[in-house]
Write a protein that binds this ligand. Structure first.
Ligand code: PLP
Length: 480
């Protein structure tokens, strides 16, 4: 493709995306295909000769779209939102066009510098304490964009592990590192995202999974008892991962209490995963949910979930960037440059070396919407969730299962797990709506999340109508 063709087809692609978004309602939200459908439609070998662009694009509608789940569809209420907006899409296009790989300041100075600046903007906007920002004089902290929240937790755990091993080495210089490693114990709630467990598997450390309270919130007391017990058994607490806005039910760990507990143990790293909920702290009335953040060593939130930014964009801040980078520095000559001491080299802040110019999309989003526009978007989604909550409350056949704080409503039909499983599978199979289940303290429920960027009250009423129609049919059939 030459540049004239790129200009022509590029505009066509923009129009294709526009039409996709404008007409998304005409599609079925979930695909109606069987596993392996695509293998039957595509050749077994890659084409030897170049193919025409028009033929490739024709296959998008004929072969690819039938297998796509439309996450931006107004009938999609599963998981958490997948952020999306035109400014963000265009910034991603630009990032691909520039095609730089900003692993160090020297590899593309604007790439690193913009990342530092927008992470400070964002950190300030959500109310992170100054120690997480890099722009203040003598600051040790700062922010970085990682690929995913899972990676943020892993990287935090690796930093915590390095710090703990270093301290243990000082006290036990002749003990093998492998032996010291076998003593380390991390902690999280049963409601923490599964990525914490995965992080512990990769880091080769033990993880103790603690029971949250009746509000699905991990308390300081539960953590304290576990840490003290482990310590008295010769183990070394080194890492606590907490969650603000859990995946199943959007509950909030008590990070204030937990922070107070962690202070009493030497060298324990406190991580706060707010992958979805953290974005909402951009609204002043929700900042109370951050109470206790001063004690944290690291914090992450994903604008690619709840802040109109396309995947991937997971923002992580640390209180002491040197603790993070000292766990991850490898410094071959070919990556060094003359400004290493005075600039940020993001290659030391994460697992991959190569990195896209991801800060562009956050910059475009902040500038296109302004903080006020982003607040309006968050508030609109919360308002719609409250609307849905009110509809559930009015129907005595249903019950609400968890407090509605942001855009997620957890509800169920009064009755057995089987009944609710059946209700959900009937709805999902119809293709009229898409939701997923979850279970907290062995209580199964259905998650309804407000996802679409431009979701309306009509969409909420439509969803409730579909749910209640299926519920009526199901309850009638069980009576018959
Ligand atoms: N943490 C929380 C609280 C989540 O809800 C999720 C996913 O929804 C994750 C972590 C994992 O996010 P990612 O896909 O960015 O790794």
């Amino acid at each position: 493709m030459d540049s004239t063709e790129f200009s022509y087809y590029g505009k066509e692609m923009v129009d294709y995306i526009k039409n996709y978004v404008d007409n998304i309602r005409t599609r079925r939200v979930t695909p109606n295909i069987e596993p392996g459908y695509l293998k039957k439609l595509l050749p077994e070998e890659a084409p030897y000769h170049p193919e025409k662009w028009d033929d490739i694009m024709a296959d998008i509608e004929e072969k690819i779209m039938p297998g796509v789940t439309h996450w931006q569809h107004p009938r999609f209420h599963a998981y958490f939102p997948s952020g999306n907006s035109y400014p963000s899409i265009m910034a991603d296009m630009l990032s691909s066009g520039i095609g730089c790989i900003g692993f160090s300041w020297a590899a593309s100075p604007a790439c690193s510098e913009l990342e530092t600046i927008v992470l400070d903007w964002f950190g300030k906007a959500i109310g992170l304490p100054n120690q997480f920002l890099s722009s203040l004089p003598d600051s040790q902290g700062g922010g970085v964009i990682q690929t995913s929240a899972s990676e943020c937790t892993l990287v935090a755990m690796l930093a915590a592990r390095a710090q703990a091993i270093k301290r243990l080495k000082q006290h036990h210089p002749y003990v093998e590192e492998g032996v010291l490693l076998s003593k380390l114990m991390g902690y999280c709630s049963r409601e923490a995202h599964s990525s914490v467990e995965k992080g512990a598997m990769i880091s080769f450390v033990k993880l103790r999974i603690l029971e949250p309270d009746d509000n699905a919130s991990l308390t300081g007391e539960t953590l304290r008892m576990a840490m003290e017990e482990d310590e008295s058994n010769g183990l070394v607490p080194f890492f606590v991962s907490t969650t603000l806005g859990t995946t199943s039910c959007c509950s909030f760990d008590n990070i204030k209490e937990i922070g107070e507990v962690v202070q009493n143990f030497p060298c324990v790293w406190l991580h706060v995963d707010a992958a979805y909920a953290g974005n909402a702290f951009i609204c002043p009335e929700l900042k109370y949910l951050l109470e206790g953040i001063e004690s944290a060593d690291s914090f992450n939130t994903n604008p690619n979930k709840f802040l109109l930014t396309n995947f991937d964009c997971s923002c992580m801040w640390v209180r002491d960037r040197y603790k993070l980078t000292s766990a991850l520095v490898v410094d071959p000559l070919y990556l060094q440059h003359g400004y290493s001491n005075s600039t940020i080299d993001y290659r030391h802040w994460g697992v991959p070396l190569s990195r896209r110019f991801r800060s562009l999309k956050l910059w475009f989003v902040f500038r296109s919407y302004g903080i006020s526009g982003l607040q309006a978007y968050i508030r609109h989604h919360i308002k719609l969730a409250k609307k849905f909550e009110a509809l559930v409350r009015k129907d005595s056949r249903f019950e609400l299962c968890h407090k509605v704080v942001l855009g997620l409503v957890c509800f169920r039909l009064k009755g057995s797990e089987k009944l609710n499983e059946k209700l959900l599978s009937n709805i999902n199979e119809s293709g009229k709506l898409h939701m997923v289940p979850a279970s907290v303290k062995e209580r199964y429920f259905i998650r309804f999340c407000v996802v679409a960027q431009h979701a309306t009250e009509e969409d909420i009423h439509y969803a409730w109508e579909v749910i209640t129609d299926f519920a009526t049919d199901l309850l009638d059939s069980t009576k018959a």
